[in-house]
Design a protein around this ligand. Structure first.
Ligand code: ARG
Length: 475
């Protein structure tokens, strides 16, 4: 069924219908379309455009459709173009011609973007909930390894020793920023386009502020032309999801490295690994690899929408139908990957001894020598030079830094007294990194306290928002 036959002498050609059709993917919007129809109905009724009796019948029909869509007993059929036409068909089949009343003062142009905003908010809240779960898993794992020294890397080379929990916890901070972005996005997305009509607003006595409030939006659109063409909220959502994907991908990459035979740090649980069809000994960290791989499609979805939007004239153009599949796919992908990576993190065990014995390798304590000299008021450039000479001497004679003799130290720099050996231990290096955010046990404990408090606050904030959204949908 089309919604626009009146001025046409013929129906669309098969190829036209096939290209136009979106119901096979936009059917997901059905619950949100029905909910926004209830809000639109309320203003048509309040303005007297629909009698209380007719409005009552339509409300009953919409509520029945909500249950039928939920149970699957009402579905789109082969002749429906999109979710809006399918649901109008459903209403008309129940009620006869009055089923077409809701089109008064509303266009698919304001309708589709209202539905999509509601869909996006609902699913972004689910993403936030899933992010909080992965943060909790990261915090638990970080606390488990709060006393485990490990080498820290830059350029994939041993740099300075760190507490391994510090290394794990860093990912939770990245996810906190994602949650901040989601909070900001929710505010900008909470604008109702309903009432904008095709583009110019409506001559009927609608109340966009009232429908906005009914649907839980903060405000109604300030410019009706912008409202029907704005897909910034989709682009921003795709960016947020691509960045979450990138954070998951970086976890994936680290897990892959840590699980290699060469590193041998991570023992990924059997239930989060897969085997090989030919090599019986293989245990592969496929979840980590998929997390890395899926980031590619998330970035692709963002690029796809930005390319669609670039150069698109205002107001509505059919190109905008291309906004949905990337968004749906990105939500599906992130909501699939997050729980799998959460489980992988929670069930991975790390080899403390291997990490501890690797911590001092690669002259990772050389900075301690430089800092020792700085404390003796040697300019850092000279201190750096002296520490470098110690490393060179060790390399050419096959020794570790603490194995240099007193006279060798003194010859390199007279301020290198035997006391320098006190700082040439992993524990000493860890203890000394006392700056905020640093790797000393005290700094790390403070960070974890703050991080846990932030996650608890986010957990409450997003649970409240999800409850409010569910109650709006159920109203
Ligand atoms: N299926 C369309 C979309 O997703 C709905 C809006 C159609 N509007 C129109 N004027 N043809 O964008």
């Amino acid at each position: 069924m089309t919604l626009w036959g009146g001025r046409f002498s013929d129906g669309p050609a098969d190829a036209v219908f096939a290209l136009s059709r979106s119901v096979h993917f936009d059917w997901r919007l059905a619950p949100y379309d029905l909910r926004s129809s209830l809000a639109h109905l309320a203003v048509l009724e309040a303005s007297g455009l629909l009698t209380i009796e007719v409005a009552g019948q339509i409300r009953k029909g919409l509520n029945e459709l909500i249950s039928e869509v939920t149970s699957g007993s009402f579905q789109a059929n082969a002749t429906d173009e999109d979710v809006h036409s399918a649901l109008e068909r459903g209403l008309t089949e129940k009620l006869g011609p009055i089923g077409g009343s809701l089109r008064a003062g509303r266009s698919r142009n304001d309708q589709v973007t209202t539905d999509l905003r509601l869909y996006a908010i609902d699913h972004m809240l689910a993403v936030a909930g899933s992010i909080i779960e992965i943060q909790k898993a990261l915090i638990a794992k970080a606390n488990e390894y709060s006393d485990a020294p490990a080498p820290g890397f830059t350029h994939m080379q041993h740099a300075q020793p760190v507490i391994f929990g510090h290394e794990i916890a860093k990912h939770a901070h990245a996810f906190s920023r994602d949650l901040d972005r989601i909070s900001d996005w929710l505010v900008r997305t909470s604008v109702s386009p309903l009432g904008s009509g095709a583009l110019a607003g409506s001559s009927l006595p609608l109340s966009p502020e009232r429908t906005a409030k009914d649907l839980g939006f903060i405000s109604s659109a300030a410019n009706s032309i912008d409202a029907v063409s704005d897909r910034d909220y989709v682009a921003e959502a795709l960016f947020i999801l691509a960045l979450v994907g990138s954070h998951l991908s970086r976890i994936g990459e680290e897990w892959c490295i840590w699980a290699t035979t060469e590193f041998g740090w991570a023992k990924v649980a059997d239930s989060y690994s897969t085997g090989s069809s030919i090599m019986p000994q293989k245990k592969n960290p496929d979840m980590a690899e998929l997390a890395r791989g899926k980031a590619g499609r998330l970035v692709g979805n963002l690029t796809s929408l930005l390319t669609t939007l670039k150069g698109l004239p205002f107001a509505y153009n059919r190109d905008l139908q291309e906004d949905k599949e990337p968004l749906f796919d990105s939500f599906d992908t992130v909501l699939l990957v997050l729980p799998a990576v959460t489980g992988m993190i929670a069930t991975t065990e790390f080899d403390r001894e291997k990490m501890a014995s690797a911590a001092p390798l690669g002259f990772s304590l050389a900075t301690e020598i430089a800092d020792f000299l700085v404390r003796a008021h040697v300019p850092f450039a000279d201190a750096h030079e002296a520490a470098g000479k110690c490393v060179a001497l060790c390399e050419s004679t096959g020794r570790q830094l603490h194995e240099l003799t007193d006279s060798e130290f003194a010859a390199i720099n007279p301020n290198l007294s035997p006391a320098v050996r006190d700082v040439l231990t992993v524990q000493g290096a860890l203890q000394s990194r006392t700056t905020i955010g640093g790797t000393s046990p005290k700094s790390f404990a403070d960070q974890m306290k703050n991080l846990s408090a932030a996650v608890a606050a986010d957990s409450k904030q997003f649970a409240d928002k999800s409850a409010a959204f569910s109650s709006m949908m159920g109203a």
